[in-house]
Ligand binder design. Structure first.
Ligand code: TRP
Length: 464
């Protein structure tokens, strides 16, 4: 009997074959959940700080509209047309060619990114507790350094993140991912708006807003700022590794793919912009705050002192880190779903696929955890000058994602065919306004812009 049940649960794909979204709203929440993550609330304000404020924001918006949105549409179209994981999507549309390797790169990147993403997500979980107790508030900088150096505690935290993530996607596409996103994302938006309103009444609000919103145009021609803006937009929209191919593969033909993509990109951008409205007023209300000294410190080592000092700060702090944890979890879900889907589409049952991939990621997370001060050679990996976690972030974010994005845009624009993608998106009478503009962007603008960034990254590496 028990054995029977196991076998049944282990039918390939679980619910309704490989799974599908229950509604357009559910899909938008899940895809926005993937996009909205640490990249928006932790990464975006940090990059704005490094990139000199409002000019970065402007360049970021240009990158989202002209380079990244077209790729988001391309990934969704390819996923929906093939109804396969990223490897299968290339195999089905161009059988017998090596293009599937582009999908394999993405699947590998999913495992690699989650291996360090789960570590940072673990920090956010711990800080929910620390803001409640006020433990981090007295000397937040030193507290953060000591906290991340505690290897045992952080191994447990990142494993905890992976266990929650795995538990959700074990439920399948509709009963697991979609259900969780439909609760977590509205909660996240609500918290963010409340925090934004509260932050505007902090003593440093005016100064912070000026920094955030007034562009200093002397920076606009700064190539490294443009480079950072495109990289950030890419990561924030979960592009370049087939996460959106995978989520697109669960879409029904009735859903308007372009409109949904608009919602996803719009929500993601709004959350990033709103996060700036929380972080900068908050930061500037701390004496001696320097946004350019961003790094992980911006959130973990700076804000807790504010929470400790302001009236109702514990509540503000807990709400902030709950928000960050929700954002991180819905993104972790999409990162684990990509390698899971790759196995499910090769005949594995979902349960075995989830457990194997989560276990693999957990093993790979250990060196990232220990690189934060616990083990000295991981803290400065020989030959790189970086700690292992930063090395992972660099390899996957700065190399694998742009290369993956370049391959996807070339494939959809030229190889599979932009016309096929347009036809796919117009199936069932769905409208695709600006289809011709999209074809131009995906064929020329996106690939050239990404190529430019890859070259600049390579040059930056040799220069520095
Ligand atoms: N977009 C998420 C963030 O902003 C991270 C993420 C989730 C991601 N899935 C991805 C990035 C796939 C690249 C590819 O934090």
């Amino acid at each position: 009997m028990a054995l029977n049940l196991t076998e049944k649960e282990c039918a390939p794909g679980g619910d309704a074959g490989r799974g599908s979204w229950g509604s357009s709203f559910g899909f938008i929440m899940a895809a926005a959940g993937s996009a909205v993550g640490l990249g928006n609330i932790w990464g975006f304000p940090m990059q704005v700080g490094k990139g000199g404020g409002a000019v970065f924001v402007l360049l970021y918006l240009v990158c989202v509209v002209f380079v990244c949105f077209p790729i988001l549409v391309a990934e969704l179209a390819l996923g929906r047309a093939s109804a396969r994981d990223p490897i299968g999507a290339f195999q089905v549309t161009r059988p017998g060619t090596p293009w599937w390797l582009a999908g394999a790169l993405g699947v590998t990147a999913g495992v690699g990114i989650l291996s360090f993403y789960s570590v940072i997500a673990g920090w956010t979980l711990a800080y929910v507790w620390y803001s409640f107790t006020g433990a981090a508030g007295q000397n937040p900088g030193a507290f953060f350094v000591a906290f991340v150096a505690d290897g045992g505690k952080n191994v447990l935290l990142s494993f905890g993140v992976l266990v929650i993530t795995a538990a959700i996607i074990l439920g399948g596409v509709r009963q697991g991912i979609e259900k969780a996103a439909k609760v977590m994302m509205p909660a996240l938006f609500l918290l963010l708006v409340l925090l934004g309103v509260r932050a505007l009444f902090l003593p440093g609000a005016a100064e912070g807003l000026a920094y955030y919103l007034k562009p200093d145009f002397s920076e606009i021609a700064n190539i490294s700022v443009l480079n950072a803006a495109l990289g950030q937009a890419f990561f924030s929209l979960s592009l370049g590794m087939g996460a959106m191919i995978t989520y697109g593969s669960y879409l029904s033909k009735k859903t308007n793919g372009v409109k949904s993509a608009g919602w996803v990109a719009g929500l993601d951008t709004c959350v990033a912009l709103l996060a700036g409205f929380v972080i900068f007023p908050a930061g500037f209300s701390i004496v001696g705050f320097n946004p350019a000294e961003g790094g992980p410190g911006l959130i973990f080592a700076v804000l807790p002192s504010l929470f400790a000092a302001m009236p109702g700060g514990a509540l503000f702090g807990v709400a902030f880190f709950v928000l960050l944890s929700l954002a991180a979890l819905t993104s972790a879900i999409s990162l684990l779903e990509v390698p899971t889907a790759a196995l499910v589409d090769r005949g594995w049952c979902r349960r075995k696929a989830v457990l194997l991939m989560a276990g693999l990621v957990a093993l790979m997370a250990v060196p990232s955890v220990l690189s934060q001060g616990a083990v000295s050679w991981l803290t400065k990996v020989p030959g790189t000058g970086m700690d292992f976690l930063s090395l992972m972030a660099t390899v996957w974010n700065n190399w694998a994602l742009p290369i993956g994005g370049l391959l996807i845009s070339v494939f959809v624009g030229w190889v599979w065919g932009a016309d096929k993608a347009v036809a796919e998106l117009q199936a069932e009478g769905n409208s695709f306004p600006g289809a011709r503009l999209w074809v131009f962007l995906i064929r020329y603008v996106s690939p050239l812009a990404i190529l430019f960034v890859i070259i600049m990254t390579a040059r930056g590496m040799y220069a520095g």
